[in-house]
Design a protein around this ligand. Sequence first.
Ligand code: 8YV
Length: 315
Amino acid sequence: APMKPDVLVIVPLRPDQQKQLEATYTLHRYDLAEDKNAFLAEVGEKIVAVVTNGGRGITRAQLAFLPNLKVVSSSGVGYDAIDVEACTEQGVKATNTPDVLTDDVADMALGLFLAVRRDLVRGDAYVRTGAWGRDGAFPLTRAIKAKKVGIVGLGRIGKAIAARLEPMGVEIAYHGRNEQAGVAYRYMADVVAMAEWADVLIAAMPGGAATEGMISEAVLEALGPEGSFINIARGSVVDEAALIACLKDGRLGSAGLDVFLNEPTPDTAFAAIPNVVLHPHNASGTVETRGAMSQLVLDNLAAYFAGKPLVTPVN
Ligand code: 8YV
């Protein structure tokens, strides 16, 4: 029987795809190892492929234990946790899972947008706690129609968010490194100016060094006491301490967050802030989409070992 290539599993796939992975490759379950460094030292030499995800990625230090590694297949569109530079230096290809998750992530951005702007979470509590009967009508919110929405990062997900917002009668602008041809939305070269203009700012850019802290205290203050910040990008794109401070002291009106700096145990300060809607980094977290992501991880591995072009390479 043909040799089954040795694959290091940093993060397993969805059950159906994990079964295919087990049938096709010799798996080394880094995710289950007690002493992960000892495990890497023990099996590293024989590993030719890694399965991971956008949250865990792979570091330069881990790569050093994997001298015969050829490909890293990651579940997730964001690859800021993969040291792509180190992979490239070591002749290792890396792949991600774009497109299959675009709609779910855009849906979550819309969900957080609506929850924040129409105060759905506090409305739920208002009924549950009997406040409605005690304190009368729930406070009025602001209409969504005719408001201004700035999207930071008009990539596949940013464009899908804009397409969902258009029928709601909002005005859409975007910020990014460059103006894009053939886009109907207003380009704003300065993110602070866009925050001044906008009622809602939605972060949809990649994580990583280039966008770290891009949503600064100045941006949040420019968005202002009536403004809302929605983040379905990465926790790293915002100055999180400034975000907490601005929400607490009212310099920023509200926020809806799917991502945080310290996942899965974000700053406990968020739990005490009433004007924020919190979600546990699950925008792509549906059965259908995580299955499609896992399948794409398998398809990239299969392409590599068949000597065919990778389906969704990042380097
Ligand atoms: C993933 C994400 O769940 O796609 C991404 O980059 O953040 C999520 O879809 C995450 O990468 C962990 O799998």
